[in-house]
Design a protein around this ligand. Sequence first.
Ligand SMILES: [Zn+2]
Length: 296
Amino acid sequence: MPQRRPAPASAAPAPTAPAPIVNAMSVDVEDYFQVSAFAGQVARDSWGEMPCRIERNIEIVLEILREAGAKSTFFTLGWIAERYPGVVRSIAAEGHELASHGYGHQRVTDLNRSSFMQDLLRAKGLLEDTTGQAVLGYRAPSFSIGDANPWAFDCILETGHRYSSSVYPIRHDHYGSPASPRFAHAARPGLLEIPITTVRVLGNNFPAGGGGYFRLLPYRSARWLVRRVNQVDRRPAMFYFHPWEIDPDQPRIAGAGMKSRFRHYLNLHQTERRLRRLLSDFRWDRADRVFLEAGP
Ligand SMILES: [Zn+2]
């Protein structure tokens, strides 16, 4: 009788662990002097005179993503597309998703319905003309859509976008709608809202999708938060960062308040390393592929 041989390793039953969730990575493409916190120091009509760091910083961001084998969505200002079309083309050429961050980083709370429509159309037109690809996504500057301006979702839909990522459901002094839904949902029929990721602990939402928190807290906190959303909520995370956050040598803005300076310059030298770890510890892809193809 032939002797039974142990089954080869490849015939062992497959482990039953669920497939890892693919999260959405995003970059808000604006320069260090265009952030809302410095609006009082750098007037919009003087942006053109500021030393621009966007070409250098996007090149580094693209290299980090390339090395991690990850794709991302780039919510880009129309102002940047107008002046640096090569930057926008290089983002699209590497297979990333190009989306809109409005034209000139005006908060939606500072616009009325018709000026918001103009801003949406101008940014979308510039971005689409630069790459020839349709722009489906929009992110409001400073997450400035909430209970005060629900009409903004109608404008985003009417201007041909299919999703928005404009709400951060946390309590923050500059932005945030803590009572808004935490996960992707239809804001209107045909328009998905993909909020920035939060973790719910003891009845409160904690920021888990980036921003200054990613630089403030140790990396292991960021990893714990994203892991919790994937493992406990079983949902993909929506994470974001800015190109200036990986640029410790950016020119300093004179005259900004202490709080703004603390938030903007904190741990800039650590962000690139943390980002590389985050990209390797989880799976990441463009927001359209993670959320639109999955449906609401
Ligand atoms: Zn922004």
